[in-house]
Design a protein around this ligand. Structure first.
Ligand code: PTJ
Length: 246
């Protein structure tokens, strides 16, 4: 795959490296074909946001970290795109919180679940939930609703990056606090989650880990951050930025 890359001097080099990770992920049976389309949409929003972590995104990252460290039973949900783009980083975040990883797919196949679990384990994960779902997210039909009772089923806080709007709404309706990472501030997921990080997952997950390390030993600050966080104001600010061309 690396053979398709231009030299590092190419102005779009970083973006092309990220694309190649997804293409390689699809060839390895980790990414769904639809994941490539989802990434193209994300890229367009990233471009409009200046391909940087905005101040509004930083506030969301701190609110998400605070919510994760204060949670009774936080869980990090992983899909094909997440596993291909940030395998090492999501494992590091799972250790830092600490919170179990659960593979939870929109386009579920048992082969892809197994490939993603093996990929995460190759990047240092100990246990990864999701291979033997024994519970359901209420209100979702077919395989989209499958989850584990020990993981998402009993979680109070769930991180669901690059998620479908229907499932986000179902998790919220099930009484969970939902954190997402989604470059499209207009998506149903972005508008339904309690904390929406409008940033590229490749930047957001390492920043989230840093913030978790900072807040883990400071529950008073974490509580204050959660109490004053306003997700609707954050979304308005991100949209203003897109419309004004920064
Ligand atoms: O692996 P699976 O089967 O669970 O499927 C995963 C995808 C992503 C295909 C599935 O969840 C899906 O179809 O998602 P959507 O509904 O296309 O939503 C994905 C959202 O993520 C969109 O709003 C994109 O703008 C956003 N997005 C895409 N790439 C990135 C991103 N947000 C942050 N960082 C990215 N790199």
């Amino acid at each position: 795959m690396e053979g398709h890359l231009p030299p590092p001097s190419h102005p779009r080099y970083q973006s092309l490296v990220i694309r190649e990770r997804l293409v390689a992920g699809m060839a390895a049976g980790i990414v769904a074909p639809q994941g490539l389309l989802a990434h193209g949409r994300g890229e367009a929003f990233d471009y409009l946001l200046g391909e940087q972590t905005t101040d509004a995104a930083r506030r969301s990252i701190d609110a998400a970290a605070a919510m994760l460290v204060l949670a009774r039973h936080p869980v990090l949900s992983v899909n094909g795109n997440v596993a291909a783009l940030v395998p090492k980083e999501i494992v590091a975040l799972s250790r830092a919180v600490p919170a179990p990883l659960e593979v939870n797919l929109f386009y579920r196949t048992e082969q892809r679940v197994a490939a993603i679990i093996a990929h995460l384990q190759a990047h240092g994960a100990a246990t990864v939930l999701g291979a033997d779902p024994d519970s359901r997210i209420p209100g979702l039909d077919h395989d989209r609703g499958l989850c584990t009772a020990a993981g998402i089923g009993s979680a109070d806080v769930v991180l669901v990056p690059l998620e479908d709007g229907d499932r986000t709404a179902a998790l919220v309706a099930a009484g969970k606090r939902v954190i997402t990472i989604d470059l499209n501030p207009l998506s149903r997921t972005a508008q339904t989650a309690h904390v929406t990080i409008v940033d590229n997952i490749v930047r957001a997950v390492p920043s989230l880990e840093e913030s978790v390390h900072r807040l883990r030993s400071d529950p008073t600050s974490a509580q204050a951050i959660v109490a004053r966080y306003d997700n609707a104001a954050m979304a308005r600010e991100q949209l203003r930025r897109i419309r004004s061309g920064h």
